[in-house]
Ligand binder design. Structure first.
Ligand SMILES: NC(=O)c1ccc[n+]([C@@H]2O[C@H](COP(=O)([O-])OP(=O)(O)OC[C@H]3O[C@@H](n4cnc5c(N)ncnc54)[C@H](O)[C@@H]3O)[C@@H](O)[C@H]2O)c1
Length: 344
């Protein structure tokens, strides 16, 4: 298969290297508005690794591709996904599908009408721990589930320039937790209450954002999910989930790389090394995710559809509104479809 990849920044560069090693991929064709980035990634085929070739962005969709991976900045996702499905190309798009809920609704509708498969990049669905948690819920091992507690803290904050275009901490970070709560429980969110605060760098407040947020979600079967996220945990990347049920509790992310320290006298401590960023935390998940995309190009169903992406985005839209207005928000307040066209 010839797989295209457009947008060769932090995650695009990483995804190209991952795609090269996915069985069935014979060539990765890369493009970026910055042509030098694409040229810099070209590489011949090697043992177990596909070749990487570069084309100008205008030539990508007519380069004889079997599928496309979109890893541009978020503002260009919607345009590329629409163009790719119009060209009949199965497409992987990094989260988010677009930067505003209105555009997400438009892109989702465009994709549905095209009938072309699209996979949106929520890699926790491919993480072994989150998968095991979902299985513990589905198998009935936990009995009824009453509470989930999620933590997602970065080791270091991003560069100041990233924040104004990020959509804010809920849309940029907590969206992964919103998606994985749906994935693990199989339930939908009905209401949220969210708060945020900033004790770190001034550039968060300057952009109307916060560096730390928390959200209390109520699911449609009464399950409670408590989520917290922060740009600051200098000890290391800390991404965890606890699922509390009638018969017991399971935890994702409690391993020797755990970036927290017990203060109990004599307690054993994780032996490390800690994860330093989301790449190291989710490297195997990213590899399985892109293998899942290649399987979708081969005809398998999408592992994370535009409708899944839309629901996660609706939840964080509600969180952002809740934080700004200081009140609980019902999911029924957040649009789930485009307004019907006016009739004359
Ligand atoms: N799944 C995750 O955990 C995860 C982690 C990081 C980033 N992301 C997502 O991945 C996307 C990329 O993030 P990043 O940090 O790599 O960004 P980045 O700014 O490092 O790279 C973006 C690249 O896209 C290129 N680009 C921008 N507009 C383009 C266009 N119209 N056509 C072609 N190329 C274009 C830029 O030149 C740049 O090379 C974002 O949407 C982000 O939300 C997801």
């Amino acid at each position: 298969m010839r797989i295209g990849c457009v947008g060769l920044g932090r995650i695009g560069t990483s995804h190209v290297q991952t795609l090269r090693a996915v069985p069935g991929v014979s060539e990765v064709v890369v493009a970026d508005v910055d042509g030098a980035r694409a040229e810099g990634l070209t590489s011949p085929a090697a043992e177990g690794l596909a070749a990487v070739s570069a084309v100008p962005v205008e030539a990508l969709l007519t380069a004889g591709l079997d599928g496309l991976v979109v890893t541009t900045g978020s503002a260009a996702h919607g345009t590329w996904v629409r163009a790719a499905v119009d060209a009949g190309l199965p497409t992987f798009c990094e989260k988010p599908l677009a930067t505003s809920l209105t555009e997400i609704l438009e892109v989702a509708e465009h994709v549905r009408r095209s009938g072309v498969a699209v996979h949106v990049g929520f890699q926790r669905r491919f993480d072994a721990g989150y998968r095991a948690a979902a299985e513990a819920v589905r198998s009935g091992e936990l009995g009824f589930v009453h509470t989930l507690r999620g933590v997602a803290s970065d080791m270091l904050p991003p560069a100041a320039g990233f924040i104004p275009g990020s959509g804010g901490i809920f849309r940029d970070c907590l969206v992964h937790d919103a998606d994985v709560i749906r994935f693990v429980t199989g339930r939908e969110v009905v209401s949220v209450y969210a708060v945020g605060g900033t004790k770190g760098a001034d550039f968060f407040a300057a952009a109307g954002d916060v560096d730390t947020g928390a959200a209390l979600l109520t699911l449609d079967d009464g399950t409670i999910a408590m989520l917290s996220t922060s740009r600051y945990n200098g000890q290391g990347q800390d991404v965890r989930l606890e699922v509390h049920g009638e018969h017991g509790t399971v935890a994702v992310g409690l391993d020797d790389s755990l970036a927290l320290r017990s203060v109990e006298p004599g307690a054993s401590q994780p032996t490390g090394p800690v994860y330093t960023d989301f790449y190291s935390r989710f490297r195997p998940a990213f590899a399985d995710e892109l293998a899942g995309f290649v399987a979708m190009v081969g005809g398998s169903p999408s592992p994370c559809t535009v409708d899944d992406a839309l629901e996660a985005s609706r939840v964080v839209e509600a969180c952002d509104l809740s934080r700004r207005e200081g009140r609980p928000v019902l999911m029924s307040e957040i649009p789930s479809a485009l307004p019907a066209p006016a009739t004359s």
